[in-house]
Design a protein around this ligand. Structure first.
Ligand SMILES: *[C@@H]1O[C@H](CO)[C@@H](O)[C@H](O)[C@H]1NC(C)=O
Ligand SMILES: *[C@@H]1O[C@H](CO)[C@@H](O)[C@H](O)[C@H]1NC(C)=O
Ligand SMILES: *[C@@H]1O[C@H](CO)[C@@H](O)[C@H](O)[C@H]1NC(C)=O
Ligand SMILES: *[C@@H]1O[C@H](CO)[C@@H](O)[C@H](O)[C@H]1NC(C)=O
Ligand SMILES: *[C@@H]1O[C@H](CO)[C@@H](O)[C@H](O)[C@H]1NC(C)=O
Length: 485
């Protein structure tokens, strides 16, 4: 009897510990673009492993740079908060979750060199992705090389560099550059003369900004909760009053300070419901700024999706039939860029914008719907990515890419966003809810109509050299930066 009781109470303790573990709320996974990288949960319940009996033979990633220091604009906000908290002509007392405020200093101690650049966490995230993909795919034999593509801002180049160091690892050829095996093709960043043939195409789309209502919608939504939070927090202060703007800065500092120096005290200041409101403001910003809610976004994301779909149609180590390039990209096709270039790809492919529940999309400007799958934290966290994988399963001899798959044998496509598999709308009949390649190619064709042509949608008809195609992946690289490994 005693023994049974003991076992029961142990089980109860285990059960309650499990429950507690599961329900712990982590603000760092709800901080939108200020979240350091984490694997997103599998929102659709699809297991993350490659389906058994299958292997990835080609993969393409478009990703945001790793965790970084603040932009000069947001850093100015941190400095203003610091000035307010350390105002000599004012004395105040702070208690409870704010007791640390009088001692707080901004986590930037080399002002000329830190803002905008990668933090150590960002370098580590980038390196680890190289390690992970090396092991995940096994594409590159010892001594083999890898060419990747990157927009030219330093934090993006640094992300690509650390990625290559993690991916290629062996040897150190800094002193003999002819032995380098990692190459970065550097593309102009956020210019308007490369049009769609770019990793930053929206900057070359004149109509794009007219469709961007993201920041206005986010600002309006924030107005609904910042005052409420300021009022709650001011009860912990005597002689100092926090205003809306201070609260906004303090919430940003949770993610940033966690990744810069590991200090999570700002994360503890706010309640879970407050984080969910903060996160939703970011969701609105991206959904209506660069995602499906900007009517010009899909046209800017489509060219990359189409170029990858053309490469997947012929398979690894081959050139697309209708292309005019002569460079064969490696089986792992890496594109390093900025946060705002990911949601357009999502919009182009129609991902995260459909629901069996009515009324989820377009996102409500005022009322977060908890069943939505569009979550900025699960996409544009630092080093966030959209990956397309071409997967062959079973015996594919005699099954061309044009043919339907036979049972579990065939070629399929899987989308993964920050690790989590995401279904292609109406195309989940393959193993592990993958999309048969033939149907994926058809889906991309359909989306070309929905997305619209880059030159036309962007208002560039008749402009010299304007192009709607991504061709940089198959163009012989001219401007290659060699990475010493
Ligand atoms: C410092 O306090 C003084 C007196 O209360 C106030 O006038 C001034 O605006 C404060 N400065 C900052 C940066 O908050
Ligand atoms: C390195 O990459 C280039 C370009 O893809 C390729 O032509 C070459 O054969 C590769 N070299 C090795 C040793 O893999
Ligand atoms: C690109 O930007 C420059 C400088 O702002 C401007 O003069 C030019 O007209 C733009 N070109 C296009 C195609 O929009
Ligand atoms: C996203 O969904 C909304 C509502 O269903 C629709 O109006 C919009 O066209 C969709 N956007 C894209 C890019 O598919
Ligand atoms: C178009 O491309 C050609 C060849 O690259 C270049 O010489 C010319 O300046 C470009 N024209 C414009 C308007 O960008």
């Amino acid at each position: 009897m005693f023994g049974v009781l003991r076992i029961t109470s142990v089980l109860l303790i285990v059960a309650s510990l499990t429950r507690v573990t599961v329900s712990i709320f982590d603000p760092l996974q709800h901080s939108g673009p200020a979240s350091p990288y984490f694997d997103a949960p599998s929102q659709f319940g699809i297991p993350t492993a490659t389906p058994s009996g299958c292997r990835v033979d080609q993969a393409a990633y478009i990703l945001r740079h790793g965790s970084r220091y603040p932009e000069p604009g947001s850093f100015a906000g941190w400095q203003a908060l610091f000035a307010k908290l350390h105002n000599q002509s004012q004395t105040y007392t702070a208690r409870g979750p704010l007791a640390f405020l009088p001692q707080w200093v901004p986590p930037v101690d080399d002002i000329p060199h830190e803002p905008l650049f990668l933090s150590a966490t960002g370098a580590g995230e980038s390196f680890m992705l190289g390690v992970d993909l090396r092991k995940r795919y096994g594409f590159t034999a010892g001594g083999g090389n890898l060419t990747v593509w990157a927009a030219s801002q330093q934090r993006v180049l640094d992300t690509a560099t650390y990625f290559l160091r993690g991916y290629l690892s062996q040897g150190n050829y800094l002193s003999s550059p002819n032995k380098n095996r990692g190459s970065i093709v550097v593309l102009p960043d956020s210019v308007n003369f490369t049009f769609a043939d770019s990793l930053t195409p929206s900057a070359a789309c004149p109509n794009y900004n007219s469709g961007n209502t993201g920041s206005a919608k986010a600002t309006a939504f924030r107005a609904g909760y910042l005052t409420k939070i300021a009022t709650r927090l001011n009860k912990f202060l005597k002689g100092l009053t926090l205003v809306e703007g201070d609260v906004g800065v303090m919430m940003d500092l949770c993610g940033f300070q966690a990744e810069i120096n590991g200090d999570t005290r700002f994360c503890d200041v706010f309640e879970p419901e407050e984080w969910l409101e903060y996160e939703y403001a970011h969701d609105l910003n991206y959904y209506y700024g660069s995602g499906p809610g900007n009517p010009f976004a899909a046209a800017t994301g489509f060219p990359w999706a189409k170029a990858i779909s053309d490469l997947f149609a012929v398979g690894p180590n081959a050139l697309p039939e209708n292309g005019n390039g002569n460079f064969v990209p490696p089986p792992l096709i890496m594109g390093f860029t900025h946060d705002n270039n990911l949601p357009p790809v999502l919009a182009a492919l129609g991902l995260w914008n459909t629901s069996s529940t009515r009324g989820v999309y377009p996102l409500s400007p005022t009322t977060p719907n908890p069943v939505r799958k569009f979550r900025s934290s699960y996409l544009v966290a630092f080093r966030g990515y959209i990956a397309l994988e071409r997967i062959t399963c079973g015996d594919v001899s005699g099954i061309g890419s044009g043919a339907a798959f036979v049972g579990k044998n065939g070629v399929f496509v899987r989308v993964r966003i920050n690790n989590a598999p995401v279904p292609v709308p109406d195309c989940t009949s393959g193993p592990g809810a993958t999309c048969p390649l033939h149907d994926f190619l058809g889906h991309v064709e359909k989306r070309s109509v929905q997305s619209g042509d880059f030159v036309q949608r962007c208002g560039l008809t008749g402009v010299a050299n304007a192009t709607s195609k991504v061709e940089f992946l198959t163009r012989q690289p001219e401007d290659i930066l060699l990475v010493g490994l």
